[in-house]
Every structure is written in C-alpha cells, then in structure tokens.
Design a protein around this ligand. Structure first.
Ligand SMILES: Cc1cc2nc3c(=O)[nH]c(=O)nc-3n(C[C@H](O)[C@H](O)[C@H](O)COP(=O)(O)O)c2cc1C
Ligand SMILES: Nc1ncnc2c1ncn2[C@@H]1O[C@H](COP(=O)(O)OP(=O)(O)OP(=O)(O)O)[C@@H](O)[C@H]1O
Ligand SMILES: [Co+2]
Ligand SMILES: [K+]
Ligand SMILES: [Mg+2]
Length: 489
C-alpha cells in the first residue's frame, strides 16, 4: 500500500506582483515550510486581483491538491477580491462573519460601514482557524479564513509567515517521518545568535532551526528546536550546535517532569543507599504519603498548597504516590489555598499554573489561617487530613511528627508532614534535579514566601552586577540554611 501523498498548490494574488512593484517571497517561504511538513508543492500560480481569474484558479487547484494556499488580496480596499473570488469558486457568497465583525470592532473600533469591515466579508461556508503562537503558547488574536481545502493568507510577508507557522500543524503529512530535537540553553538569545546563524546557514537545506526564548522558565532562557525529515542531518546539526555552544550554557532539562513523576520518584527512592541522607528523606516522605493514603481516602485528604517551595516539592511527591497507588486515577487532587492579605501576583500565577498541571481542585479561602480552617471544616466536612510542607526548622515546628493533630485550640485536622526532616538544601535538590517548575520569586532572591507586606528578597543573596545594578541570586544558591527566613519580618 502506498502512503497517501500530501500535495499543495500555491496561488499568489496581487496586481503589484505582476507589475513588478513587489517581489513575491511568500511562495518561497511556503515551499520551504511545506516541504519540511512532508507536503509536496505541485504548482505555484501568480495572478492579479481579478475576480474571475481567482475563482477559476481556486476551483481548479482545489480539485487537484490536498491543500490550496492563497496569499494576498484580502486588504480593506476595493481592489482586493480574494474572499469574493474564493466564494465564487465554490458557488458561494460573501457575507459579514459575526466573529470577525466583533474582532474588527475590538481591534480598530471599526463600525459596519468602515473599510476595515471588508475583512469580515468572507464566504458563508468559511471556517475560522486561530492557531497557537509557538513562542507564547497563546491562541492567535486574528483567525485564518478557510473554505474547504483553501487557506486564505494575507499577502504581507511578516503576517503571512507568522500565521502560517502558528497553523502549520493543519498541513502536516501524518505519514511523513519527522525527527525533532530540543536543546535548552541558559544564555540569552542575543549572545548565542551568531552560533545559531552559523549552524542554520550550514544545515538549512535539511533542518529547520527554531529559537524560542522563555522569560519565565526556572531552568533555561532559550529553547532551540530542530526539525527535519532526515535523521542523519538533524543529528549532525544538533552535534554542531552542542559543540559550538559553551558547555556550561547547555541545560539538561526535562520538559515533562509531571508525566513521568511516579517513575522518577520511585526510581530515586529504590536506588538510594543507606548513607544517602537526601535519598532517605525522599524515601521517608514517600512512605508517610503511602501511610496517609492507607489511613484516608482521597476525598478525606487535601494538600496545603500556597505556591511555596516546600509544598511545591510535596505536591509533586503526593501526585507521584497517588499515581503509583491508583494508576488509572482520573479525579482531581484537592488542594487548600488560604490566600494571604497581600499575595504576590507571582504566587497567584504559580498556584494557577500548578492547579492546571497537576489537575488540582482548589479549595480557596481568604484571611486568617485559623478562621479559614474553620470554614474548611464547615464547607468540606469530608476533609480529615491536610498534607503540609512543614519542616522541623520552621517556627514552632520542632515538636511535630509525621502525623500530628492540629493544636487543641485550632479546628481539628490531622496534619501530615512528609518532608519534616528535609533540609533547605534537600528541597532545592529535589525541585531542581527533577526540573520542577517553582514560583519565579525564588529565582529573584526570595528564600521563603509570606505576603507582599512582610516578605523581601534575602539580603544574603544580594550582589551588584557589572552595570552597578543591585541584584539577587536565586534561592537555591543560599549556602547558610539557617538564614532561610532572613527576608521575612
Ligand atoms: C492546615 C494548617 C494547619 C495549621 N495548624 C496549626 C496548628 O495546629 N497550630 C499552630 O500554631 N499553627 C498552625 N498552622 C499555622 C502554621 O503553623 C503557620 O503559622 C502558617 O503556615 C504560616 O507560616 P509562615 O509564617 O511560614 O508563612 C496551620 C496552618 C495550616 C495551613
Ligand atoms: N496559606 C496557606 N494555604 C495553604 N497551605 C499553607 C498556607 N501556608 C502554609 N501552608 C502549608 O504549610 C506549609 C509550611 O509553610 P511554609 O511557608 O513554611 O512553606 P512553603 O510556603 O511551602 O515554602 P516557603 O517556606 O518557601 O514559604 C506549606 O508547605 C503548606 O503546606
Ligand atoms: Co517552608
Ligand atoms: K516558550
Ligand atoms: Mg510560605
């Protein structure tokens, strides 16, 4: 059986191209990218802004090729006729599309009679494809208009290219073999640009090299993405990159730490030797959590999760232990978050990210902890135990045990303390070795988190950079663990 061939025809539309006023670069861009997607471009046609010609060409291309891509002729002026032409090719009419009308209003304050509204006049049978911006992970603000197998792109190269890259999965040939490789780098994009250019120049025929800065990642600054249908060339390109980049700038990063949580945690526990204090602490935490799952059902447990480092490590452990004990478990783990009076926006953001990544059901409260626990008891009477990231070195905690009821004058819950014996360094080793995401404040010198009004970066981590600017080193570099709370008052 032969594999299905994915073909494409490109129709470049615009009088300015036929008059030599503009050079068409779009077809070249499209050919290059479609090739790497396993799609064979069979024909490129360049035509003017002529309704009949557009309709005829679109109709013919549509019946011959898997995908038809048009570029140009969708501006607000009278001479742009692509939407009308595509409609005509399919015996369709154009009419205002409510979703695009709304976007035109939002973006340009356009009303129904303004020229921009012409962008909303699209074939009745059209569908809209938004696509995802691969750099930001966000859904694009303006959609691409698609009619049957005809994809109607703008002519302006920068817009066309951005839009195509966001939507390229729509064109991919699923039978084509693709090889990808990712390299994570700790340096910023500017400082490695010359190296990227060199490698791109050498391999660009076979390998697509993308560079995606990430300003929020705790482990790397830039993700380099190599894609190719040629396994030898991609290996060569990746090797060339690794050789040219300074050794210390390449990060050994796991982009999916949560998917493999159970395997990695249990492997760590099973392979640790008896004199390995850290390994034994992880082991102890796992067995406390296992015991907790024996004593209580998932409905009776919640994890105290306020976005701090200790409960971040703990959440990962809890997730891993639940995954191991209940492999098919689909329900959500319950998490208790008592919001402080003045929460850091970074903490709020991080708790939301964690909620999504670990599929948490958040039980939210605001105000004093004691009052909130009273409300927890009233609103969620099934909860009996709260798993906490408390350690012996925390204030008023040196007397605690793995299982300690709350004090007599507090709402009664079993406090489960799996990481009680962990040191400050153990928490960071666990988070960083497993490439777990943690709140960004810790990379800016905060070593323990409370509210905005009582929490500052730790003065011990202060330094002055080469421009004379005061900065803070990341929390995991703090060498004296007794100074963990020096930024708190
Ligand atoms: C679920 C839960 C139970 C708690 N139980 C007690 C308790 O029994 N006795 C007590 O003095 N504090 C209790 N606390 C308060 C904590 O000891 C601590 O003051 C609080 O987590 C704030 O910590 P921080 O100052 O490090 O931000 C509890 C907190 C939580 C979230
Ligand atoms: N506001 C809160 N809501 C829910 N749980 C909380 C709250 N405050 C504390 N806890 C629980 O108590 C534990 C100990 O608090 P603590 O502040 O020492 O740790 P952390 O917030 O995880 O990290 P850090 O010490 O860096 O602030 C937390 O790990 C969490 O389980
Ligand atoms: Co803590
Ligand atoms: K990114
Ligand atoms: Mg805290």
């Amino acid at each position: 059986m032969s594999l299905r061939e994915y073909s494409a025809g490109i129709i470049v539309i615009g009088d300015e191209i036929l008059k030599g006023q503009t050079t068409d670069t779009n077809s070249h861009f499209l050919c290059k990218h479609l090739f790497t997607l396993g799609v064979k471009v069979k024909k490129i046609s360049v035509i003017g802004d002529d309704l009949e010609v557009i309709a005829k060409e679109v109709s013919e291309f549509s019946s011959k090729y898997t995908h038809v891509i048009t570029s140009g002729g969708i501006g607000p002026t009278h001479d742009d006729k692509t939407f009308e032409g595509v409609a005509k090719a399919f015996d369709d009419d154009i009419c205002p599309h409510p979703e695009i009308v709304e976007l035109c209003k939002q973006f340009w304050g356009a009303n129904l009679s303004s020229p921009k509204m012409k962008l909303a006049m699209i074939p009745k049978s059209a569908r809209l494809e938004y696509g995802v911006n691969k750099k930001t992970g966000e859904k694009n603000k303006f959609p691409l208009v698609v009619v049957n197998n005809v994809y109607i792109f703008p002519g302006v190269p920068s817009l066309m290219e951005r839009s195509f890259i966001a939507l390229e999965d729509l064109f991919k040939n699923p039978d084509a073999h693709f090889y990808t490789e990712e390299i994570y780098v700790q340096q910023d994009e500017v400082s490695i640009a010359p190296i990227l250019n060199e490698v791109d120049e050498e391999f660009k025929v076979d390998v697509t090299l993308g560079s995606y800065p990430d300003f929020h990642n705790n482990y790397y600054k830039v993700k380099l993405m190599l894609e190719s249908s040629n396994p030898e060339q991609i290996t060569k390109a990746a090797t060339a990159l690794k050789n040219k980049l300074p050794n210390e700038s390449i990060v050994n990063y796991d982009s999916q730490p949560i998917v493999n949580a159970a395997d990695r945690v249990y492997k760590l526990v099973e392979s640790c030797s008896s004199d390995d204090v850290y390994g034994n602490n992880v082991q102890k935490a796992v067995s406390v959590l296992e015991e907790c799952l024996q004593k209580y059902s998932l409905d009776e447990i919640c994890i105290g999760f306020n976005g701090g480092k200790d409960c971040t490590a703990l959440l990962h452990l809890y997730h891993a232990v639940v995954k191991r004990k209940y492999p098919g478990h689909q329900g959500k783990l319950k998490a208790l978050y008592i919001k402080s009076k003045l929460p850091f926006p970074e903490v709020e953001k991080f708790t939301q990210i964690s909620r999504d990544k670990y599929h948490l059901e958040m039980l939210h409260f605001e105000g004093r902890i004691k009052d909130s626990l009273g409300q927890l008891k009233a609103n969620h009477p099934s909860i009996k135990a709260v798993i906490m990231g408390t350690r012996l070195t925390d204030p008023y905690s040196s007397h605690l045990e793995a299982f300690s009821m709350t004090d007599a004058d507090w709402p009664q819950f079993m406090r489960v303390n799996p990481v009680l014996h962990w040191s400050y360094g153990h928490v960071w080793k666990f988070l960083r070795d497993l490439c777990l995401p943690y709140c960004s404040l810790y990379d800016r010198g905060y070593t323990s988190l409370g509210s905005m009004n009582n929490t500052h970066p730790n003065p011990l981590l202060q330094y002055v950079d080469e421009h004379g600017v005061l900065k803070y080193r990341p929390a995991y570099t703090l060498s004296d663990p007794t100074k963990e709370r020096d930024g708190r008052n």
